[in-house]
Write a protein that binds this ligand. Structure first.
Ligand code: ATP
Ligand code: LTN
Length: 335
């Protein structure tokens, strides 16, 4: 067997529920690009998952193109990895149904994302929001992915995917690999700039709570300047008592490689204003080249469509086989 055949498989996804934030970049996308050499990767824009909250159709379409462009700009290479849109591969929804029938009401009710989103969208607590983790499990299991690089907020969903896979394997016969999370320690959870007790989220109504991948330099500097911190005035890493400053330190660490004590020394005796300005500088410098690439892809729809068509075909080839296998195992009549 060649080393190509032995590569572990990776699958991950991101919802086109808005423009990507710095949290999405640090917690997820940045790592996706870095994993391409070592693994056999599939990356997907989870447009079906985005429908679990109300979307404006034209905006969802636009956000999907933006998402694909941003993934390419952040270094996902469609020659190396399979890049596709979830709704272009029907096998995900086919397996979703089978997994829904193997997920318990109690299990789905315990998902914190479901509880949080039910509270933030009380007028639309729909069936899709409830069964969201079954579709996510289908996304992963339909490719028999070994590893799933995500931010910390997705660990509960991953655990459910493992539970369902295991249940199916025991009920029928060994079918699915049990997927493992791939969660980097650094930046697994970037917090909101407006409320450091909450994660930075692209669907937060407060635009000052997040930095967008597309924000220009002035906006980035301004958002960091306004970031909520504390009144102590010392740059010190202490997540419990200084969540805001610690969050900014994590961001600074990601882009400079400096560890927490180096950062503390660098800013000792200096005020928060200096530190916040420095964070704004390193972030805008790091995002500038990605933004340039992004604009290039956004202006080339023909190329985007070509990438997506190829991605959907390659993904379907793998996923369709799994669906046939599963349909047979559960007793659906085949002609
Ligand atoms: P939404 O606000 O619509 O729920 P989101 O910003 O939370 O979206 P998702 O599409 O749910 O983003 O997540 C995409 C990826 O980004 C996931 O792997 C998730 O774990 C990661 N991620 C999201 N927010 C953060 C964050 N603040 N810090 C680190 N990783 C994050
Ligand atoms: N729910 C994920 C997005 C997502 C995903 C996936 C991530 C949908 N399907 C499969 C990993 C694997 C989120 O990040 N909110």
């Amino acid at each position: 067997m060649s080393s190509e055949d032995m590569k572990k498989r990776i699958l991950s996804g991101i919802q086109p529920s808005g423009s990507f934030t710095l949290g999405n970049y640090i917690g997820a996308i940045r790592n996706w690009a870095a994993l391409q050499d070592q693994f056999d990767c599939l990356y997907m824009v989870a447009d079906l998952h985005a429908l679990t909250v109300r979307q404006v159709p034209a905006q969802l379409r636009a956000h999907t193109c933006e998402a694909v462009s941003m993934l390419l700009a952040a270094g996902i290479d469609p020659k190396q990895s399979i890049l596709f849109v979830q709704s272009h591969v029907p096998a995900h929804t086919q397996l979703n149904w089978i997994l829904c029938c193997n997920c318990q009401f109690g299990e789905l009710s315990r998902m914190t994302q479901f509880k949080d989103k039910s509270l933030s969208h009380p007028d639309n607590v729909n069936g899709g929001l409830f069964t969201y983790p079954a579709l996510m499990a289908a996304d992963i299991l339909v490719y028999n992915a070994d590893l799933v690089p995500v931010g910390q907020d997705q660990t509960q969903h991953l655990e459910l995917a493992r539970t369902v896979a295991n249940r199916f394997n025991n009920l029928y016969s060994p079918t699915f690999h049990l997927p493992e999370g791939y969660i980097t320690k650094e930046g697994a959870k970037i917090m909101s700039l407006a409320d450091p007790s909450k994660k930075m989220s692209k669907s937060d109504p407060n635009v000052n709570s997040f930095v967008l991948m597309n924000d220009d330099k002035d906006t980035i500097i301004r958002k960091f300047k306004r970031a909520v911190t504390d009144s102590e005035g010392t740059v010190r890493y202490d997540v419990e008592n200084k969540a805001g400053i610690s969050n900014l330190m994590s961001i600074y660490h990601v882009f400079t490689g400096k560890d927490m004590s180096e950062i503390e020394n660098e800013f000792s005796g200096r005020g928060y204003a200096d530190f916040k300005a420095a964070v704004g500088e390193v972030v805008s410098d790091a995002l500038a080249p990605i933004q340039g690439e992004y604009t290039k892809y956004m202006n080339d729809k023909a190329y985007l469509n070509e990438v997506l068509k190829d991605g959907a075909e390659k993904a379907s080839r793998i996923a369709d086989r799994m669906v046939s296998k599963v349909y047979k195992k559960v007793g659906l009549y085949q002609m």
